[in-house]
Design a protein around this ligand. Sequence first.
Ligand code: GDP
Length: 510
Amino acid sequence: MSSPHNSRRTFAIISHPDAGKTTLTEKLLLQGGAIHLAGEVKARGQARRARSDWMKIEQQRGISVTSSVMTFERDGITFNLLDTPGHEDFSEDTYRTLTAVDSAIMVIDAAKGIEPQTRKLFEVCRLRSVPIITFVNKVDREGRPVFELLDEIAEMLALDVSPQTFPVGMGGQFEGILDFATGNVARPEGPSKEFLGTIDEKPVLPEQWAEEAELAQIGYPAFDLEAYRNGDLTPVYFGSALKNFGVVDLIDAIARYAPPPRPQPAGEEQISPDRDEVTGFIFKVQANMDPNHRDRIAFMRQVSGTFKRGMKLIPSGLGKPIAIHSPILFFAQDREIADTAEAGDIIGIPNHGTLRVGDTLSEKNDIRFTGLPNFAPEILRRVQLVDPTKTKQLRKALDDLSEEGVIQVFYPEIGAQWIVGVVGQLQLEVLISRLSAEYKVEAMLEASPFATARWIKGSDAALKTFEEFNRPNLAKDRDGDLVFMARSPWDVNYQQEKNPDLVFSATKER
Ligand code: GDP
């Protein structure tokens, strides 16, 4: 029999900035009946953003730093769309959000093809075998030839492509989208040339298009559900988010093909969504959504069981149960209080700092989800206070923000200058502006002598010897774990060779 979680589709959209992710999100929510007017996603986003000063960075750059969760329903399927930050310097937040989805839509601009950010995000999906549906957007404008685009996806991503639809012309010549399965064509209408619901049944196409369409069908592999779910093949849909072409095709494809909640790794075990016990993991914590309240919201991806409001769950970082009285489901219209939730759903849990990224929540405290690592930072900076009496506030802020995953913080064993580490440059700007806006701490960042950091593990004796000789290069992270601060990548290799008993790790699992 079908369990409730089989009707869940939890997915993200990956793309390069400007490919049309925001527009597509809006149209998906519109089709799902979650919003009633296009434009509301941005409008509401801006109202929320205005509350917090640091988000000015987003506005100036026209990017979205925060992830959010949008839920909509259609034909009995519940879609959970997780927004991934799409800017160039993507942070750990992006990686972690992709650990919480079961599939992804990859949006490509028909005029540009595969761009660097699309590729990076794709690689993260591949690491976890996350299946991908491809949407080639903006066919209402002049784009690159269809075959060139299909071949580029196949070659650059080493992936089989299986076109499911075909643009009948692009740009000025655009006459609609042909659906291979039915032979029907969705037509543009009116002065804006939008898709308003008109579909021609099996029209006879002009010869050139008929030939190309046939070539596209016979020249590429047929759709294969297993190959798609293994991440070896991507079905490709053409369309225009702006003009509403291909949006319903995408929703249908996700409903039909995208996997329901997948089992999640917990060490050697795989935790099935069918497990009775409620389990989940925190993949994101958002603090200070409202500067007047110091509350945070922890986002939990539910992995198994049926959650009921008021239920007690045990966070792995705490070891004793907490009652979850006011969980939040992120419906696009409003935040609704959830009474029940199933595997695949995302629940927002308000808390005062008890829940942290990477924490497992469970009823019995008997498992730990794995695969939500911290990444070694690639940029390290010293934090310099403008007003030296604010040390306490600074420490609190750095602890908070590292908990949120905005930065990592390192407290050197010698000296009082704290070091922050990030994966992308943009995180540094976010840090300075949030310190000022939310913690009233003015700080500057200075060059640090270090290039990267490695978590070190080993026997007590081996660690002790290493500490004696390397104290100036050692620090503790926020959890008190020992970190080797390296002056160069060469330094890491050197120490590794010299200390074969120690493990130098570029990631840390909590
Ligand atoms: P994001 O950065 O990926 O979120 O991209 P946006 O959704 O903000 O879109 C970037 C720009 O491309 C905006 O000016 C959109 O209006 C435009 N755009 C998005 N989709 C389409 C489309 O299908 N056709 C055309 N012509 N423009 C589009």
